[in-house]
Design a protein around this ligand. Structure first.
Ligand SMILES: C[S@@+](CC[C@H](N)C(=O)[O-])C[C@H]1O[C@@H](n2cnc3c(N)ncnc32)[C@H](O)[C@@H]1O
Length: 261
Protein backbone atom coordinates (compact mmCIF):
# COMPACT_ATOMS: atom_id res chain seq x y z
CA UNK A 1 0.00 0.00 0.00
CA UNK A 2 1.31 3.45 -0.96
CA UNK A 3 1.85 5.44 2.26
CA UNK A 4 1.18 9.16 2.76
CA UNK A 5 2.26 11.47 5.55
CA UNK A 6 -0.31 13.50 7.46
CA UNK A 7 1.66 16.65 6.59
CA UNK A 8 1.49 15.88 2.85
CA UNK A 9 -2.28 15.37 2.94
CA UNK A 10 -2.94 18.42 5.12
CA UNK A 11 -0.85 20.74 2.95
CA UNK A 12 -1.90 19.46 -0.48
CA UNK A 13 -5.61 19.66 0.47
CA UNK A 14 -5.46 23.11 2.09
CA UNK A 15 -8.34 25.21 0.72
CA UNK A 16 -9.68 22.33 -1.38
CA UNK A 17 -13.45 22.60 -1.98
CA UNK A 18 -13.59 26.02 -0.23
CA UNK A 19 -15.16 27.77 -3.22
CA UNK A 20 -16.31 25.00 -5.52
CA UNK A 21 -18.73 22.71 -3.72
CA UNK A 22 -21.04 22.88 -6.75
CA UNK A 23 -18.97 20.03 -8.23
CA UNK A 24 -20.30 17.87 -5.35
CA UNK A 25 -23.97 18.55 -6.25
CA UNK A 26 -24.70 14.98 -7.44
CA UNK A 27 -23.75 13.66 -4.00
CA UNK A 28 -26.95 15.34 -2.65
CA UNK A 29 -25.17 15.92 0.65
CA UNK A 30 -27.99 17.99 2.14
CA UNK A 31 -30.23 14.90 2.38
CA UNK A 32 -27.75 12.21 3.48
CA UNK A 33 -28.32 10.06 6.58
CA UNK A 34 -25.14 7.96 6.73
CA UNK A 35 -22.03 8.58 4.63
CA UNK A 36 -18.82 6.53 4.36
CA UNK A 37 -15.58 8.27 3.31
CA UNK A 38 -13.24 5.47 2.20
CA UNK A 39 -9.46 6.08 2.26
CA UNK A 40 -10.15 9.21 4.30
CA UNK A 41 -6.49 9.75 5.31
CA UNK A 42 -6.39 12.72 7.68
CA UNK A 43 -10.04 13.49 6.97
CA UNK A 44 -9.67 16.52 4.69
CA UNK A 45 -12.72 15.47 2.60
CA UNK A 46 -14.48 14.07 5.70
CA UNK A 47 -14.57 17.60 7.16
CA UNK A 48 -16.22 18.96 4.00
CA UNK A 49 -18.79 16.15 4.03
CA UNK A 50 -19.54 16.71 7.72
CA UNK A 51 -20.05 20.43 7.10
CA UNK A 52 -22.47 19.78 4.22
CA UNK A 53 -24.62 16.89 5.42
CA UNK A 54 -27.09 16.59 8.31
CA UNK A 55 -26.21 12.88 8.59
CA UNK A 56 -23.30 11.01 10.14
CA UNK A 57 -20.04 10.73 8.20
CA UNK A 58 -17.77 7.79 9.02
CA UNK A 59 -14.11 7.99 7.99
CA UNK A 60 -12.37 4.73 7.06
CA UNK A 61 -8.71 4.17 6.24
CA UNK A 62 -6.20 1.33 6.25
CA UNK A 63 -3.55 3.54 7.91
CA UNK A 64 -4.04 3.77 11.69
CA UNK A 65 -1.66 6.73 12.12
CA UNK A 66 -3.49 8.90 9.56
CA UNK A 67 -6.87 8.02 11.08
CA UNK A 68 -5.74 9.42 14.44
CA UNK A 69 -5.97 12.87 12.82
CA UNK A 70 -9.70 12.42 12.14
CA UNK A 71 -12.40 13.03 14.74
CA UNK A 72 -14.70 10.01 15.42
CA UNK A 73 -16.63 8.27 14.06
CA UNK A 74 -13.80 6.52 12.24
CA UNK A 75 -12.87 2.92 11.40
CA UNK A 76 -9.78 1.02 10.38
CA UNK A 77 -10.38 -1.15 7.32
CA UNK A 78 -9.61 -2.15 3.76
CA UNK A 79 -11.48 -0.52 0.85
CA UNK A 80 -11.75 -3.87 -0.93
CA UNK A 81 -13.20 -5.70 2.12
CA UNK A 82 -15.33 -3.14 3.92
CA UNK A 83 -16.32 -4.23 7.46
CA UNK A 84 -20.00 -3.25 7.06
CA UNK A 85 -23.25 -4.97 6.18
CA UNK A 86 -24.78 -4.48 2.70
CA UNK A 87 -26.69 -1.20 2.29
CA UNK A 88 -25.34 0.28 5.57
CA UNK A 89 -24.81 3.75 4.01
CA UNK A 90 -26.78 5.97 1.64
CA UNK A 91 -23.57 7.41 0.15
CA UNK A 92 -20.10 5.88 -0.18
CA UNK A 93 -17.44 8.27 -1.41
CA UNK A 94 -13.67 8.41 -1.81
CA UNK A 95 -11.12 11.03 -2.84
CA UNK A 96 -7.74 10.17 -4.40
CA UNK A 97 -8.08 6.54 -3.32
CA UNK A 98 -8.72 4.58 -6.54
CA UNK A 99 -5.58 6.06 -8.18
CA UNK A 100 -3.63 4.24 -5.45
CA UNK A 101 -5.31 0.84 -5.68
CA UNK A 102 -4.20 -2.10 -7.86
CA UNK A 103 -7.86 -3.26 -8.14
CA UNK A 104 -10.07 -0.14 -8.32
CA UNK A 105 -13.01 -2.09 -9.81
CA UNK A 106 -12.97 -4.48 -6.85
CA UNK A 107 -13.17 -1.49 -4.49
CA UNK A 108 -16.05 0.03 -6.49
CA UNK A 109 -17.98 -3.25 -6.29
CA UNK A 110 -17.49 -3.17 -2.53
CA UNK A 111 -18.68 0.49 -2.38
CA UNK A 112 -21.83 -0.57 -4.29
CA UNK A 113 -22.43 -3.43 -1.85
CA UNK A 114 -22.38 -1.25 1.29
CA UNK A 115 -24.29 1.68 -0.29
CA UNK A 116 -28.06 1.65 -0.78
CA UNK A 117 -28.25 4.84 -2.88
CA UNK A 118 -25.10 6.52 -4.27
CA UNK A 119 -21.43 5.89 -4.95
CA UNK A 120 -19.13 8.83 -5.71
CA UNK A 121 -15.43 8.90 -6.49
CA UNK A 122 -13.25 12.00 -6.71
CA UNK A 123 -10.02 11.23 -8.55
CA UNK A 124 -7.26 13.42 -10.02
CA UNK A 125 -5.91 13.20 -13.55
CA UNK A 126 -2.25 13.72 -12.73
CA UNK A 127 -1.27 13.67 -16.42
CA UNK A 128 -2.98 17.05 -16.99
CA UNK A 129 -1.60 18.86 -13.94
CA UNK A 130 -0.17 22.24 -14.95
CA UNK A 131 2.39 24.49 -13.26
CA UNK A 132 3.01 28.19 -13.86
CA UNK A 133 6.03 29.68 -12.15
CA UNK A 134 8.17 32.80 -12.10
CA UNK A 135 11.23 30.51 -12.11
CA UNK A 136 12.13 29.79 -15.71
CA UNK A 137 12.12 26.06 -16.47
CA UNK A 138 10.17 25.02 -13.34
CA UNK A 139 7.00 24.10 -15.27
CA UNK A 140 8.92 21.99 -17.82
CA UNK A 141 10.97 20.21 -15.17
CA UNK A 142 7.89 19.51 -13.02
CA UNK A 143 6.21 17.96 -16.06
CA UNK A 144 9.24 15.78 -16.77
CA UNK A 145 9.49 14.63 -13.14
CA UNK A 146 5.78 13.73 -13.14
CA UNK A 147 6.14 11.75 -16.36
CA UNK A 148 9.15 9.77 -15.00
CA UNK A 149 7.18 9.12 -11.80
CA UNK A 150 4.17 7.79 -13.79
CA UNK A 151 6.50 5.32 -15.56
CA UNK A 152 7.40 3.83 -12.19
CA UNK A 153 3.96 3.51 -10.59
CA UNK A 154 1.85 0.39 -10.97
CA UNK A 155 -1.58 1.99 -10.47
CA UNK A 156 -3.54 4.39 -12.72
CA UNK A 157 -2.53 7.78 -11.30
CA UNK A 158 -3.94 9.49 -14.41
CA UNK A 159 -7.46 8.11 -13.82
CA UNK A 160 -9.55 11.30 -13.57
CA UNK A 161 -13.01 10.50 -14.88
CA UNK A 162 -13.99 6.98 -13.76
CA UNK A 163 -16.97 6.09 -16.04
CA UNK A 164 -15.22 3.05 -17.56
CA UNK A 165 -14.45 1.66 -14.12
CA UNK A 166 -18.05 2.26 -13.05
CA UNK A 167 -19.25 0.32 -16.10
CA UNK A 168 -16.86 -2.53 -15.27
CA UNK A 169 -18.29 -2.61 -11.73
CA UNK A 170 -21.85 -2.63 -13.11
CA UNK A 171 -22.64 0.91 -11.91
CA UNK A 172 -24.82 3.42 -13.83
CA UNK A 173 -23.22 6.87 -13.98
CA UNK A 174 -25.50 9.70 -12.89
CA UNK A 175 -23.04 12.47 -13.71
CA UNK A 176 -19.40 13.58 -13.95
CA UNK A 177 -18.11 17.00 -12.95
CA UNK A 178 -14.66 18.53 -12.82
CA UNK A 179 -13.04 20.59 -10.11
CA UNK A 180 -9.65 22.27 -10.69
CA UNK A 181 -7.80 22.42 -7.40
CA UNK A 182 -5.32 25.31 -7.47
CA UNK A 183 -2.38 25.45 -5.14
CA UNK A 184 -1.05 28.99 -5.19
CA UNK A 185 2.29 30.14 -3.76
CA UNK A 186 2.60 33.91 -3.46
CA UNK A 187 3.53 36.50 -0.83
CA UNK A 188 3.00 36.45 2.10
CA UNK A 189 4.49 32.95 1.92
CA UNK A 190 3.09 30.36 4.29
CA UNK A 191 5.47 28.29 6.43
CA UNK A 192 4.38 25.22 4.42
CA UNK A 193 5.28 26.92 1.12
CA UNK A 194 8.69 27.91 2.50
CA UNK A 195 9.32 24.35 3.67
CA UNK A 196 8.32 22.94 0.29
CA UNK A 197 10.78 25.26 -1.51
CA UNK A 198 13.55 24.41 0.96
CA UNK A 199 12.92 20.72 0.24
CA UNK A 200 13.16 21.46 -3.48
CA UNK A 201 16.50 23.27 -3.05
CA UNK A 202 17.97 20.53 -0.83
CA UNK A 203 16.76 17.73 -3.12
CA UNK A 204 14.81 16.15 -0.22
CA UNK A 205 11.49 16.59 -2.05
CA UNK A 206 12.40 14.66 -5.21
CA UNK A 207 14.39 12.14 -3.15
CA UNK A 208 11.16 10.80 -1.61
CA UNK A 209 10.16 9.69 -5.14
CA UNK A 210 13.54 8.12 -6.02
CA UNK A 211 12.43 4.53 -5.53
CA UNK A 212 9.28 4.95 -7.64
CA UNK A 213 11.06 6.83 -10.44
CA UNK A 214 13.84 4.22 -10.59
CA UNK A 215 11.20 1.47 -10.85
CA UNK A 216 10.38 2.89 -14.32
CA UNK A 217 12.70 3.53 -17.28
CA UNK A 218 14.92 6.07 -15.48
CA UNK A 219 18.54 5.13 -14.76
CA UNK A 220 20.27 6.23 -11.51
CA UNK A 221 22.40 8.71 -13.51
CA UNK A 222 19.30 10.22 -15.12
CA UNK A 223 17.71 10.49 -11.67
CA UNK A 224 20.77 12.29 -10.31
CA UNK A 225 20.62 14.70 -13.25
CA UNK A 226 16.92 15.35 -12.58
CA UNK A 227 17.67 15.89 -8.89
CA UNK A 228 20.42 18.45 -9.60
CA UNK A 229 18.17 20.38 -12.01
CA UNK A 230 15.41 20.25 -9.39
CA UNK A 231 17.78 21.68 -6.76
CA UNK A 232 18.83 24.50 -9.12
CA UNK A 233 15.16 25.45 -9.61
CA UNK A 234 14.74 25.38 -5.81
CA UNK A 235 17.74 27.68 -5.29
CA UNK A 236 16.38 30.16 -7.86
CA UNK A 237 12.99 30.05 -6.11
CA UNK A 238 14.68 30.85 -2.77
CA UNK A 239 16.38 33.89 -4.36
CA UNK A 240 13.00 35.10 -5.66
CA UNK A 241 11.43 34.49 -2.24
CA UNK A 242 13.87 36.94 -0.71
CA UNK A 243 12.55 39.85 -2.79
CA UNK A 244 8.96 38.53 -2.73
CA UNK A 245 8.81 37.94 -6.49
CA UNK A 246 8.32 34.15 -6.42
CA UNK A 247 4.89 32.98 -7.58
CA UNK A 248 3.72 29.52 -8.53
CA UNK A 249 0.31 28.09 -9.38
CA UNK A 250 -0.26 24.36 -9.67
CA UNK A 251 -3.62 23.23 -11.05
CA UNK A 252 -4.74 19.66 -10.40
CA UNK A 253 -7.93 18.54 -12.19
CA UNK A 254 -10.17 16.32 -10.04
CA UNK A 255 -13.16 14.50 -11.55
CA UNK A 256 -16.25 13.63 -9.51
CA UNK A 257 -17.97 10.52 -10.92
CA UNK A 258 -21.30 9.63 -9.31
CA UNK A 259 -23.59 6.61 -9.69
CA UNK A 260 -27.08 5.88 -8.40
CA UNK A 261 -27.90 2.30 -7.42
C1 LIG B 1 -3.95 10.10 -1.45
S1 LIG B 1 -4.60 9.60 0.09
C2 LIG B 1 -6.16 10.42 0.07
C3 LIG B 1 -6.66 10.77 1.45
C4 LIG B 1 -7.95 11.59 1.47
N1 LIG B 1 -9.04 10.90 0.80
C5 LIG B 1 -7.73 12.95 0.84
O1 LIG B 1 -8.07 13.14 -0.33
O2 LIG B 1 -7.14 13.81 1.53
C6 LIG B 1 -5.05 7.89 -0.14
C7 LIG B 1 -5.55 7.26 1.16
O3 LIG B 1 -6.03 5.95 0.89
C8 LIG B 1 -5.61 5.10 1.93
N2 LIG B 1 -5.62 3.72 1.41
C9 LIG B 1 -4.79 3.18 0.48
N3 LIG B 1 -5.14 1.90 0.22
C10 LIG B 1 -6.23 1.63 1.00
C11 LIG B 1 -7.06 0.51 1.17
N4 LIG B 1 -6.85 -0.64 0.49
N5 LIG B 1 -8.09 0.59 2.04
C12 LIG B 1 -8.32 1.74 2.73
N6 LIG B 1 -7.56 2.84 2.62
C13 LIG B 1 -6.53 2.80 1.76
C14 LIG B 1 -4.25 5.62 2.33
O4 LIG B 1 -3.88 5.21 3.63
C15 LIG B 1 -4.47 7.12 2.22
O5 LIG B 1 -4.96 7.65 3.42
Amino acid sequence: MRRFTAEYLETTRAGMWDDSRAALADLALDSRERVLDVGAGTGELTQVLRAETPGEVLALDADRELLEHVDPPRALGDATRLPFRSGAFDLVVCQALLVNLPDPVGALEEFARVSRDRVAVIEPDNSTVTVESTVEGEAVLAKRARSLYFDGVDTDVTMGEASDLFAAAGLDVLGVSRYDHQRITEPPYSEQALESIRRKASGAGIETNRETILAGETTPDEFDDLRSQWRAIGREAIEQLQDGSYQRTETIPFYVTVATL
